[in-house]
Design a binder for this molecule. Sequence first.
Ligand SMILES: Nc1nc2c(ncn2[C@@H]2O[C@H](COP(=O)(O)OP(=O)(O)OP(=O)(O)O)[C@@H](O)[C@H]2O)c(=O)[nH]1
Ligand SMILES: [Mg+2]
Length: 444
Amino acid sequence: MLDENQKIEKRLAHMKNFYLKIEDILDSLPDVIPENTKDLLKNKILGDNSLKNLMDGIDSHRPPRIFLIGRTGVGKSSLINALCGAYVAKVSDTRSCTIGAEIYQCKENNRVLMEILDTRGIAESESLDNKISAEELLVKQINEFSPDVAIMMLNCTHRDDIITDVEFMKKVSKDYEKTNSLKLPIVVVVNKCDEMAPSRFKLASEYPKNKIDKINEVVLYYKDIIVKNKLKIYDIIPVSSLIDWQTPDGMEVSVEDIDNLPQHDIDNLQIAFDGRYKIEELLDILEEAIQDFEAQMGLRMAARLNDVVVRVAKQLNKIFTGISASVALTPIPTSDIYILLILQSIMVTLIASLSGRDVSIDTAKEFIFSISGVGLVGYGLRLAAQQGSKFINAICPGAGSTVSAAIASVGTNGIGKAAIAYYIEGNSIDDVKTEIKKNQNPKR
Ligand SMILES: Nc1nc2c(ncn2[C@@H]2O[C@H](COP(=O)(O)OP(=O)(O)OP(=O)(O)O)[C@@H](O)[C@H]2O)c(=O)[nH]1
Ligand SMILES: [Mg+2]
């Protein structure tokens, strides 16, 4: 039986196979499409660097290196579990570390998900005789580790004095930039939001407005200190990493007791209660912040099977939304809608291939027509082109007949979302249509 990871690899390979065939598919489009239009599409799709990086990352991904800084008990280890959606084992690295810092790998079934440099921060190293040299040593160690991203963790429920750590991060950041000629993306994570009053609401979907308002107030409080002290950060986000674990036979275990369980139970821990808040959004931010595409794919691969597939599909949607906008800006001999339809069909086929299915360009086109309510199933491309403005109107009412970049991208994005909902999340076509009707003018 294939394990989760092999299933993911298989689906990604399936998508890549389709990607490698795009040139042939474009070449075999009906003759009504002029050669230069086909070339334009080839250039736009195959010349797109983000798409190329996404595909390259499939063959050569690596675990992302994350530098975690935060006080004892702020939830650094819990955050890693929350990001991976599983209780991951910590395996200490052989590399030596300064006091207060530890390098380890997070593993699941022999697969390394992430490499972590974990430090309690310089504020807690005060007992050291020579604080200055300890700090220098730590900065050096962080740069040797060469993180893809730094996560600075703060506590939502007590407003800590963070100036020492902010100053320290400025040094780390400066040194990193000097060594790598690259900015270190710093993401500030304000954890334990579930504990904010009223703390009885632990489910993210049930947070009342007053709780969210208080959480946002704390975020602003920290942001203000960071800005005033001139630390450049990539983003700041409030989260909760709360997960309660249970053994496969349903026995709940507290985090403190997990290490006492037999190895088999530790390897098979399940989520008993999921109190995570905004972890998806944090993953999105980290994915964007990480520049190296191999590490970016590695981060996606650390998530659960369906999450990995959805994350990749979302990325495809983002890329094709961008390509659509750029195509709409290019003066082209054929009708814009014609080209958009081909682009969107290719995107739908790529997304569908992630579900393990083989979907032809024609089937993808039919999918687009059926969700947009035009009902051209079975008709040829030529008719689709003639019906162009009507078709785009169905997706984006009031669009008129010229396809602007904004409309092209809104249409593509809507179709991408619908394809994810249908092919990957397994919703029915009727549910997908209802969802589209609800968000007639999606913003992104
Ligand atoms: N309610 C709640 N508890 C959390 C959250 N994150 C972590 N905890 C709890 O806080 C305690 C400390 O969490 P850890 O993840 O071990 O913290 P850490 O930063 O790794 O601590 P050190 O390794 O000692 O530096 C544990 O009991 C966690 O279960 C959260 O978001 N909400
Ligand atoms: Mg820890």
